[in-house]
Design a protein around this ligand. Structure first.
Ligand code: SF4
Ligand code: SF4
Length: 332
């Protein structure tokens, strides 16, 4: 369907990060973006993280009358959204100018190595070390724990990160979802072209893979979201990172299976203006770009061992910034 470009409300999701365990930052981010009007917040499938997200949402809900759904992200296999970086700090020479520390957007790296809770696996540090000391490792919920985690967390929605070649694994995850009897308002399927490590797939391959997944999910009778991942977790690198997500959407957006179409991966403040005026997706998801603009303000509060709520002026400023960031996608 061709949609006209006007400022009508689009479905907006905040991605807190599937490997992000910075509980204090998550609580603040959820409060800020709930106040600014997002429809959904996507967090890691971990009870303590969900608790922090709910606290932030509750704070803003009372004051701003917005109540976003809570989505948890899971993966049916290895996926760069579910990883963390590590290195042994004892191997670092004292003369190193520490480029790893400089490139990390969340200040996760210090003299003691990578602080696990602050690393969300963006990968920026991986090639920064002249001695190649930094590696990544998978950080993902095992399929064995999925059903019990879902029963404990009771999310409103689940996002399944999948890859074109992982159909069997996808089927397994869906059968666990089904048997867990979790009542879900939505299921999102996140897939892109960049996730196949060796050879990048073609848009038509992705389309075929998404239709295969639609056949599997259709019987659940739950509204679906198709999240097209342009360049995973790169939205704050450069304004042009938006282009991959947009190109993908323009190639296959109108041929996707029934459901809401959402862009992610490289989305940032430039995405709206780079889209064609007569063709907008139903929704947009912002991850690293939405977090990056809040990082200094959140860090200021945390350095003083406080939450942002405890600085009403700074919280008001953060909400204003978030509203401006989301403004092209909202009617008011
Ligand atoms: S740069 Fe990215 S991957 Fe490396 S430690 Fe920081 S958050 Fe983690
Ligand atoms: S760049 Fe490499 S050697 Fe230097 S501090 Fe970072 S991990 Fe250590």
């Amino acid at each position: 369907m061709i949609k006209t470009k006007n400022k009508k409300d689009k479905w907006i999701k905040l991605i807190c990060g599937a490997s992000n365990e910075d509980i204090v930052a998550i609580e603040d981010l959820c409060a800020i973006y709930t106040a600014a009007g997002v429809d959904c917040i996507d967090v890691a499938a971990e009870e303590s993280i969900v608790r922090a997200a709910k606290k932030g949402i509750e704070w803003a809900k009372k004051l701003f009358k917005n109540s976003p759904g809570l989505m948890i992200s899971i993966s049916d296999g290895n996926d760069i959204h579910f990883r963390k970086a590590k290195f042994d700090p004892f191997k670092c020479p004292p003369y190193c100018p520490r480029p790893c520390e400089k490139v990390c957007p969340t200040s996760a790296i210090d003299n003691f190595g990578v602080k696990k809770s602050k690393c969300y696996g963006c990968g920026r540090c991986l090639n920064s070390c002249p001695l190649n000391l930094i590696t990544d490792y998978e950080y993902n919920l095992s399929k064995d724990d999925l059903a019990s985690t879902l029963q404990k967390i009771k999310p409103n929605a689940v996002e399944i990160h999948t890859d074109i070649k992982r159909l069997d694994s996808f089927i397994k995850v869906v059968s666990i979802l089904k048997s867990s009897e979790t009542k879900l308002d939505k299921i999102s399927i996140s897939c892109g072209l960049n996730q196949s490590a060796k050879k990048s797939a073609q848009p038509e391959d992705l389309l075929k893979a998404l239709w295969e997944r639609y056949e599997i999910l259709n019987e659940l009778n739950i509204p679906l979201i198709w999240q097209l991942d342009g360049r995973p977790m790169s939205g704050d690198l450069a304004p042009t990172t938006s282009r991959d997500a947009i190109n993908l959407f323009e190639k296959i957006g109108s041929d996707l299976p029934p459901g809401l179409v959402q862009l992610a991966g490289g989305t940032n403040e430039k995405t709206y203006e780079l889209l064609k005026t007569n063709n907008l997706p139903d929704g947009i998801a912002f991850g690293s770009s939405a977090r990056k603009i809040m990082q200094p303000i959140i860090e200021f509060a945390h350095k003083n061992n406080k939450k942002l709520y405890e600085y009403p002026d700074k919280m008001a400023l953060a909400i204003k910034k978030a509203e401006k960031f989301l403004e092209p996608w909202k009617s008011s």
